[in-house]
Design a protein around this ligand. Sequence first.
Ligand code: ACO
Length: 369
Amino acid sequence: MSRYAHITGWGMAIPQKVLTNYDLEKMVETSNEWILSRTGIAERRIAAENESSASLGVQAALKALEVANVHPLEVDLIIVATSSPEHIFPATACIVQDQIGAKRAGAFDLSAACSGFIYALDLAAAAIRSGALNTVLVIGAETLSRFVDWNDRNTCVLFGDGAGAFVLQASEEPGGVLAGVMRSDGSGAELLTLEAGGSKVPASQATVLNGQHYIRMNGREVFRFATRVMAQSTLEVIQKAKLSLTEISVIIPHQANQRIIEAAAKNLGLPVEKVISNIHRYGNTSTASIPIATCEALQEGKLKAGDTVVFVGFGAGLTWGAVLVQWTGPLPTKKRVYPRRYRWFARLRSRILRLWRRVEGFLWGKNAT
Ligand code: ACO
């Protein structure tokens, strides 16, 4: 019997605080006109002091579990893709695991910069299809505002905070994640870096004074690389799924720059309406941008059950990749059919299960913050 990995739940979380281009005009030498025309960004969200990558990840994850109607105890694995983890270790995924009460789940962080969500999705689906796991929570969670040099106009106008999550579940119904590609080219590593704080350049007074704990980027080169790989990996994943471009309903790309999104649409020969963009509202939220754009596309009816969607992204590393999904939505709850003389048993079983869930919910509620 074939196994498929369906995306059955989704959720997003964004901080309340909005930072507009006009606010940035007061902080660095820039203008709303420059930012809007060069990037498509009008505003972005900034995490409050009491918010973090984990707290935003928890909110997105709980929403996704609710949509999927999955209890945290059913989760086998949590992958948090992040470029702004809470610490080098422990993993942000473990903090999320504890706070949502996923007591049976393994948890780890995935570091592939903005391509992290694509990588995590592809890996989670492969683990489900192989039979190793049944339910995986994939989260993209970022507080990049904490790593931005607010005096560097080349980068501070680009990034924003937020989180998004998908629940993936095994099913025998055909559909779900059908193909994925993951690529990298470390020869471009220096184009986008957060240099210090690791083992090569440990934190010191000098690294702080030199601003080496901030994001540094060669924007022009990253732009060139991005426009090349977005269309390329979209076509690659479509070919891998043995489909054609005309069968794709919608493309949800990483939201880094509106001009990169438009160049990808042009290179693919697709109308720009087929390529989802919400960058004007949130800027570049790295690993969170694809699940956030997905949640909004669903709300706006731009993505529906039965659609074939390509998620495609790129990021530091350099990394890039794409995942092709036959979008299904939440799985119908399986009802067991009992012979008439065993109906009493079915009723008793469902009462015990309901009671058990309430006890679990009570205990879990006590643990959740
Ligand atoms: N306001 C005003 N002027 C600015 C600003 C700003 N915020 N930022 C840069 N400029 C200036 C530059 O200094 C430069 O001036 P100069 O010619 O006197 O040196 C001029 O504007 C043009 O600079 P360019 O770099 O050529 O501008 P470009 O059109 O390439 O846009 C941008 C810059 C927006 C950064 C673009 O290159 C880009 O989006 N690159 C990709 C970045 C990206 O996607 N990064 C994320 C990767 S994902 C991840 O892993 C995190």
